[in-house]
Design a protein around this ligand. Structure first.
Ligand SMILES: [Zn+2]
Ligand SMILES: [Zn+2]
Length: 142
């Protein structure tokens, strides 16, 4: 955890930004969490107001600290691969739950697919949308 936070401070410093309480609070709120909507992020950062949270997220996007994960036109915020192990998501369109998935074969496949096309990949995002097991069961019962 400490190392991850040092990386965060380092990125801010190199870009010429100071580590304000609001920025640190937003980063800590996202650390180790599943993607969060702006609404729940604002809720969970008690020590900074809404405008400061939005400003921090905007800056973090610019600096590559966070990324947006879109489901339709709605998005959630999560830390980039620099702070969390690389993973993909299963997103339930019924309840909105996001489950992280990790598959090494898929990773190698993506790289070789890109290279077959003469392309050197640097990043990718994959999200599978659908209906989770709990929601399928609930639908079956009613
Ligand atoms: Zn669900
Ligand atoms: Zn991947």
């Amino acid at each position: 955890m400490a190392l991850v936070k040092e990386t965060f401070y380092q990125i801010l410093k190199e870009a010429g930004y100071s580590r304000t309480a609001a920025r640190t609070a937003v980063f800590e709120a996202l650390l180790g969490q599943e993607p969060m909507s702006m609404h729940s992020l604002v809720e969970s950062v008690r020590t900074a107001d809404r405008a400061s949270v939005y400003r921090a997220v905007e800056l973090f996007e610019e600096l590559g600290i966070v990324q947006r994960l879109y489901t339709g036109w709605k998005y959630r915020i999560e830390l980039t691969d620099r702070f969390a192990a690389h993973h993909h998501h299963l997103t339930c369109l019924e309840c909105g739950r996001t489950t992280p998935i990790n598959e090494q074969q898929l990773e190698s496949f993506i790289v070789s697919l890109a290279r077959q096309n003469g392309f050197e990949p640097s990043a990718h995002q994959i999200e599978i949308q659908g209906c989770c097991a709990a929601c399928q069961q609930r639908a079956g019962q009613s």
